[in-house]
Design a binder for this molecule. Structure first.
Ligand SMILES: Cc1ncc(COP(=O)(O)O)c(C=O)c1O
Length: 414
């Protein structure tokens, strides 16, 4: 999970009372959203008897999703971790002497996929403005071993793809976009996934388009698409014989059931992207106009033409609330029914697994002050917070105001 869902967290009764109850709390839409379209599609697959990855709905989804992201080819996969690993392997990046530059502020899978592919990771910092991979940090991290750069469109905010593409061109590196959190996003009017040699998406349960699990590689490169397909399909050749295997692939296929659900989810994607952007713009404006609420939006950079808002990201300012800790602040919001969290608990460089003896020399930590600052400061709001009405957004702002009013009591815990 990229987001620690907060809906199941246990909040003590006393804390609820502290904030005066939840009667006027906003009522955000549940996630996932689904309707008769998902039900119809699932039943059709059920009755077709073609339940697996060779159901025709899989190529239908691949075609539609790839086209929406400005690419000719899509390969549906079991999840967005294996898709990243297969993308690297398709490029021949699978030896410990092959380095991939990955941001320090991202979900585990961005880096674990590199190691699972057999290559090595070099961590680089994110920029302050977007919390995505900083092109200057990438330049500084390039070594003779560097083979690829993996920007992550964290929270649905596209990384600086123009600058990163230019760096990759100059140094002859593969650009692999981790767009797991960025369905439908675009940079300078061009969809994410189409800037890189390959783009990778996730359809895991928390994602903006989901079938519970799932992933997809998109690309304009036919050869790479065929290689990813072969890795996903037990090393077969497209159109080749079932029992003939040419590369060391496995079964990473998405099922017909998942494709049916995702086709229905896909039909809602554009409207949901629009709604999230509209509600995020209100929050941006109001939070900037009311710094006393203690939340500074991270916002979006000018080149972002479409932001997927998988997460609405803010920086918490304890000084605005007389030093109330970020943890207490988030606990209070959760008690009011607001799904939010403090996000990734550490930079990826510090994750214990990357220091395990087994991986010695294959995960290179970086100098990553911006990522460390993000770990210490941010408050994330889950995307469904932006799928309600305008009134819900204003109710959310009222909750922030309520917490601010009660900051003294919250701080002392009385
Ligand atoms: C940035 C990022 N990359 C990769 C993944 C991995 O996707 P999956 O959970 O589908 O394997 C996720 C999400 O979980 C993610 O947030």
């Amino acid at each position: 999970m990229s987001i620690s869902e907060t809906k199941n967290s246990k909040v003590a009764e006393g804390e609820l009372a502290l904030l005066g109850g939840t009667a006027d709390a906003p009522n955000f839409p549940a996630w996932p959203q689904y309707g008769p379209e998902e039900e119809k599609g699932l039943l059709e697959v059920l009755h077709s008897g073609e339940w697996g990855g060779y159901n025709p709905r899989v190529p239908e989804l691949e075609g539609k999703f790839a086209a929406r992201h400005g690419t000719r080819y899509g390969v549906a996969m079991a999840n967005g971790t294996l898709s990243l690993a297969a993308a690297l392997q398709a490029c021949g990046i699978e030896s410990p002497s092959d380095e991939v530059i990955v941001p320090s502020y991202t979900f585990f899978a961005s880096a674990s996929s590199v190691l699972l592919a057999g290559a090595s990771v070099r961590f680089a910092d994110v920029d302050q403005a977007s919390l995505t991979l900083d092109p200057a940090a990438v330049e500084a991290s390039i070594t003779p071993q560097t083979r690829a750069v993996m920007p992550v469109h964290f929270a649905g905010h596209p990384a600086n793809l123009a600058a990163l593409k230019e760096i990759c061109r100059k140094h002859n590196l593969i650009l692999l976009e981790d767009a797991a959190q960025a369905h439908g996003a675009a940079f300078q009017g061009q969809p994410v996934g189409s800037w890189g040699d390959l783009g990778s998406f996730s359809f895991q349960a928390s994602k903006n388009m989901t079938a519970g699990e799932g992933g997809m590689i998109v690309t304009n490169n036919e050869d790479l698409a065929n290689k990813v397909w072969a890795l996903t399909n037990q090393g077969r050749k497209k159109g080749g014989k079932w029992y003939e295997h040419y590369v060391l692939g496995a079964n990473y296929r998405l099922t017909g059931f998942q494709a049916a659900v995702l086709l229905a989810q896909f039909a809602r994607l554009d409207a949901q992207v629009k709604l999230r952007e509209k509600n995020a713009a209100i929050l941006d404006r109001e939070l900037r106009a009311n710094p006393q609420l203690g939340l500074a939006p991270v916002g979006r950079t000018a080149a972002v033409s479409s932001h997927a808002y998988h997460i609405y990201v803010t920086r918490y300012r304890p000084e605005a609330l007389d030093g109330l800790s970020r943890e207490k602040f988030v606990e209070a919001l959760v008690a009011e029914g607001v799904p939010c969290s403090t996000g990734y608990p550490m930079v990826l460089d510090d994750q214990p697994v990357f220091h395990a003896e087994k991986l010695a020399g294959r995960a290179h930590p970086g100098d990553v002050p911006n990522s460390r600052q993000a770990v210490a400061e941010v408050v994330w709001f889950i995307q469904r917070v932006l799928l309600g009405t305008e009134q819900d957004v204003y109710r959310l702002l009222e909750v922030f105001e309520k917490v601010r009013r009660n900051r003294g009591k919250l701080k002392s815990g009385k």
